[in-house]
Design a protein around this ligand. Structure first.
Ligand code: IMP
Length: 437
């Protein structure tokens, strides 16, 4: 039986993880984020009402559910409290059930300034980051000069550490990038204000999760971004600055990987990517535009148009392997409803050779030509269907082919944005969570 479930993006992020996390969350005792920061954008629609979460775990919309932000997350305090306030204004109580690890690294205004200055200086070669300071904050963490949540608890430590960090970054901002430096006094004041507000939420997340495990409680681990944006395993340098793959659960919140029972990889029925970097199956034609418009493929964090293309099994097979995916959750099937023909990339062609796994060198990946299998479309509406056998036969065949090519069963299928627009194809989650849609 699935007690502890990891839900992870198996492509370039924006797969629709938030919907499945929200759908399953009520059957767990806690939802945990373990990497990334407020660069994520998890869109949840309940009874037609849309909520976009960036930092808070997607389970927060369920009353009484405990939510944890693990040590692997980089935390912007302003983003955290903006999001808490927004939810509270909408009648959702948050402060009594959100817990933040004392070891989380902080994102400071210096990091945002650096992120933006670098992207501007790189011009056309820019990575296309969310400019939220994610990369620079992780750099400070690894360089062992960063500020952590626990540093907020001592005024003296906070001021000293912030002074060192400010001196270090101000020099580069001023002298290399020629941009304005955040005001030290303002940054310190803000941190002190937030320090008081966050104090009741600070805990040792790893210790509490171990207590949960020992008491037999169920935990849902919520990934952000996607496997191909992993700092080590993704399309470097066009990646985010954290490990987005399943292994990060262990390091990002202190929950031992062998205590995880299942890993659900969320996959869009096609592929999207926001930001720069290789994308072999990208459709730069009318089909790409059609998918973008029908799918509302605009970044939920930055509003940027997402690049759209066909489903890429070469990348998905890599995601299956590196995340040890036990199940797939397929999203946005209905967006393909009007297409006469649908393609799946089954291999790449590079310099006359057929490749079945993606090359690790980015320039080589950029030169790969996709080899496609083509399917007749179903050309009828699937929106809102909740029963697999009610799907048009060609849609069923498309889904079955994805299962064959990935070697992983598809447990759930999204047929619309709302929590209820879901086909629960397998009963794994029924047993685990007695899911009510
Ligand atoms: P960063 O995470 O802001 O440093 O951005 C690095 C890359 O990851 C850029 O290509 C972003 O567009 C991408 N990225 C970051 N977060 C997300 C996400 O939640 N969904 C999709 N792409 C993301």
């Amino acid at each position: 039986m699935t007690k502890n479930l990891v839900i992870i993006g198996a492509q370039f992020g924006d797969e629709g993880k938030g919907k499945f996390i929200d759908l399953l969350a009520h059957s767990f005792d806690g939802v945990v984020r373990f990497q990334g920061g407020h660069n994520a954008g998890h869109t949840i629609v309940v009874a037609g009402k849309k909520t976009i979460l960036h930092l808070l775990p997607s389970g927060i919309l369920h009353d009484n559910l405990k939510c944890f932000i693990g040590n692997g997350v980089v935390v912007s305090l302003s983003a955290l409290f903006e999001e808490i306030t927004l939810l509270e204004e909408n009648g959702i109580s948050v402060r009594d059930r959100i817990y933040v690890s004392n070891n989380c690294s902080l994102i400071l205004p210096y990091h945002c300034a650096l992120d933006a200055a670098r992207e501007n200086k790189m011009g056309k070669a820019a990575i296309g980051t969310t400019r939220r300071g994610i990369g620079p904050a992780y750099e400070d963490k690894v360089a062992r000069r960063g500020l952590r949540v626990c540093d907020l608890l001592s005024h003296k430590t906070l001021e000293e550490k912030l002074r060192n960090l400010a001196d270090y970054h101000s020099f580069v901002l001023q002298n290399y990038y020629n941009v304005e430096v955040p005001d030290f006094g303002v940054v310190l004041d803000e941190l002190q204000t937030y320090a008081k507000m966050i104090q009741p939420m600070i805990i040792d997340v790893a210790a509490v999760l171990e207590d949960y495990r020992q008491q037999g409680k169920k935990l849902l681990f919520e990934g952000a971004q996607g496997a191909m944006l992993d700092i080590d395993l993704g399309t470097y340098p066009f990646v985010t600055s954290s490990n987005t793959t399943m292994g990060a659960v262990g390091s990002g919140c202190g929950f031992g990987p062998l205590y995880v029972d299942a890993v659900l990889g969320v996959v869009k029925a096609y592929t999207t990517r926001v930001g720069a970097g290789p994308f072999p199956t990208e459709c730069l034609d009318d089909i790409g535009e059609d998918i973008r418009m029908r799918g509302g493929e605009f970044g939920s964090t930055t509003g940027r148009p997402r690049r759209c293309g066909w489903l890429d099994m070469v990348m998905l097979r890599r995601a299956v392997a590196v995340n040890s995916l036990t199940h797939i959750g397929l999203t946005k099937l209905d967006i393909l409803d009007n297409l006469e023909k649908i393609k799946i990339c089954v291999a790449y062609q590079l310099n006359g050779k057929k490749l079945t796994s993606p090359p690790l060198i980015n320039d080589e990946l950029a030169q790969c030509e996709p080899i496609y299998e083509e399917f007749p479309g179903w050309m009828e509406a699937t929106s809102g269907i909740t029963d697999f056998v009610k799907l048009p036969p060609n849609a069923q065949k498309y889904i079955q082919r994805i299962e064959e090519l990935s070697g992983v069963p598809i447990a759930m299928i999204g047929t619309g944005p709302d929590r209820k627009d879901t086909i629960l194809k397998m009963n794994m989650f029924f047993r685990a969570c007695s899911t009510q849609v």
